[in-house]
Design a protein around this ligand. Sequence first.
Ligand SMILES: [Zn+2]
Length: 403
Amino acid sequence: MNMHARPANEVLLELPREVDIEIAGDIEKESVFVSPFIERIRIEPDLKTARMTMKPGAPVEEIAGKAKRFLEVMVRQVSGFEIKVFVETARRDQGPYQIGVNQGLVERGWMHDYGKGQVAYSGPVLKLARLINDKSGELYAQAFGAAEAHFPALVDAETLHKCGYFDSHPNAVTFVGNMVEDFDAIEEFRRANSCSEGALMPPHEHIHVDGMCLNPAACFPCYPTLSGTTFDTGRAYTWLGRVFRYESRNISGLDRLYEFNVRELVFVGDDEYVRDCRRRSLNVVESLATYFDIDCRIQTATDPFFATVSAAKKFWQAAQEVKNEIKIPSLDADGNVKQLACGSINLHGNFFGRRFDIKDGAGEPVQTGCVGLGIERWVLATFTQHGFEPERWPKPVRDVIFA
Ligand SMILES: [Zn+2]
């Protein structure tokens, strides 16, 4: 008997090179987009092998080939990144990290999980979400004179195309579909649903997708509004953005939502202004983490892109090297500490300035940079670090959220 026999639907694939544990997690997460025949891809403890489990009846060779191409792209992208830590805060709260926060919030009636990557919340969760948003907005106004703005949740595909999003994250886009303007098709849809138990979707040929999408990155909708503008001096803008990223099967509580909120801060100006803002934003995020009394780290980003080759992707990769992530420790379902990416600090160079015709005082394409904070992840990480006993929370925070 062969001791190494595996179930027929499992295949081991060798990675092009060894990866670290965080990259392994990213590969596992992105693998849901590789093929509907794949149950899961897990990186083995040796960090050099991927174990792929397929559904019964999968064309093994074809799927293995697809998975190999995916792994090749993922591993190649992340080679040569050195992780640097720029800021590290340590909480004063001595209590243990709270396990099962998502469930705890639901049990207390403070959160409702619809199960498809969206949540409703109220009470202390809502108050904390608002406090994180308000406090960061306040700090941004103080530090950068950032002007408050508002942008829609629907975004034109033309804007996403210009922003290079289809090149960098094509798997995460949500297209909006509408009924065709056709009386019979609309009637058919109405009749079908009036007597059905569950919702019935119209056939594909009765839906048109005309290039409206749900916005997948908070800063994108601001650039079209700046087209044709010249910035003699640098300016900062801030707003609460609603963001949508299709996560397929990866959705999980507040850890990974399909729809979430981002407190966004965008810098527009010359190189010196934008770099100075980026540098100072490290201190601002540090102040925010200190205010909420949480362990937090700002470090170089490692997240790979689900993309192959293109000019825009080169920009996104270069952007990766100047992208910092705000990591806040949280717990996974088994109670192990995991670093939750709760925001990012990005320098874009003149990419958006060129693509949207925005100029600096010298008539050159303007430089931009942004800071995005994922509000719901900050909520999760803060509850994880302070638990459900109000006494463990810093006084200014508990006075607001448990009031
Ligand atoms: Zn941004």
